[in-house]
Design a protein around this ligand. Structure first.
Ligand code: PRE
Length: 358
């Protein structure tokens, strides 16, 4: 077959696809109208995951799960915008990993708001300036993001969903040769996570050669303005600021992943059957040893799989009081989860139950 003939086939298939997509959007519009009359929330992460799971399982062609996911997340983003345009706030600047996480879930079409701090993302959702906010919660090498946990404690916002993305760093520069580079910009954490690469190529450089800036996207912006410098930054930042990528995946560990929360106001997910719940527990300080152990044992006796526990200082008074962020498998209305939540009504703050992404 000739290229012309193959392209003709593609055109015919595209016509059919457009027709089907338009039909899908007609149905989505009705869903939107129905939701408006019943005042139901537009974004349903558990339903989106269910659709992707089903299609990935039945796909018999060349499209694998990541490909299906990439295509469908864009379709869902268009659908949601058709139902009701919703603004998404994220911890900026543009090109940050949080931006990458936001785009991975809300697609290229959404209305985004890049904000300078985690607190400002919480505030924008709380005041209704944005419907959802994206904030980092933990990195598997660096640990928990304390500011996010503290704000979940302080505010009444809920966790809508989690996003887990692999953290890949790139080395981007406008310089022709490595020997032309006078300075490398990046964030402290990024330098730390790419030590082996930097040591291999730039071991003879002094400390000033490695210039710390606030974010990896700022690093990319500076490297775009100064051709004799380089940036250790995200792929999305290098692309955004048009800095040629010289090396991809320069991080020490290929297991490097960051988990983000999508936060929302007055949001309750429906049960998906594969859920995780996050709570804050403030146990009464009765001075007797074993309060925490007894609390944890209740999870075991209810058959609940506890997956995370992080302690945070209560910052009250002058003694060492702590509260805990805890995560476990299950939905908040499951009977065994309710057994614990009812018993500890005044000790537990429920932060959300949402579909598990890993
Ligand atoms: C739809 C769109 C947005 C939701 O996040 C989930 C699914 C879709 O496009 O399939 C439709 C819809 O609004 C819904 O099923 O509730």
């Amino acid at each position: 077959m000739t290229l012309e003939e193959l392209r003709q086939q593609i055109d015919e298939l595209d016509n059919q696809m457009l027709d089907i997509l338009n039909k899908r959007m007609e149905v989505v519009k009705y869903v939107g109208e129905l939701k408006k009359t019943t005042q139901t929330v537009i974004y349903r992460p558990e339903r989106e995951k269910q659709i992707i799971d089903r299609l990935a399982a039945m796909s018999q062609g060349l499209l694998n799960r990541p490909a299906i996911e990439a295509i469908y997340l864009e379709i869902f983003a268009v659908s949601r915008n058709l139902e009701l345009p919703e603004r998404i706030a994220y911890l900026g600047p543009e090109g940050s990993f949080t931006h990458q996480a936001a785009e991975s879930r809300f697609g290229a079409m959404s209305d985004y708001l890049a904000l300078p701090s985690i607190r400002s993302v919480f505030e924008s959702v709380d005041t209704g300036r944005a419907r959802f906010g994206i904030v980092p919660i933990e990195n598997n090498l660096e640990g928990i993001v304390k500011e996010t946990i503290d704000l979940l404690n302080e505010t009444d916002l809920k966790i809508v969903s989690e996003i887990i993305i692999p953290v890949h760093f790139t080395f981007a520069t406008k310089a022709e040769k490595l020997s032309d580079i006078k300075k490398i910009y990046s964030k402290d954490i990024a330098f730390g996570q790419c030590e082996n690469f930097l040591h291999e190529y730039f071991s003879n450089k002094d400390e000033e050669f490695f210039a710390q800036v606030d974010s990896t996207s700022k690093a990319a912006k500076l490297a775009a303005q100064q051709p004799d410098t380089a940036a250790v930054c995200s792929h999305i930042a290098a692309k955004l600021f048009d800095v040629p990528i010289l090396f991809e995946n320069i991080q020490d560990s290929s297991q490097n992943r960051t988990r983000f929360f999508i936060i929302g106001k007055d949001f309750v997910n429906q049960r998906s059957g594969n859920d995780k719940t996050t709570i804050i527990a403030k146990l009464p300080e009765d001075g007797k040893p074993g309060t925490l152990v007894r609390f944890l044992q209740e999870f075991e006796s209810q058959g609940i799989n506890l997956v995370k526990i992080e302690s945070r200082p209560a910052k009250e008074g002058d003694s060492f009081h702590f509260w805990f962020l805890m995560e476990f498998d299950g939905y908040f209305l499951d009977e065994n989860v309710q057994n614990i939540m009812q018993k500890h009504v005044s000790d537990i703050k429920w932060l959300g139950s949402y579909v598990k992404m890993m």
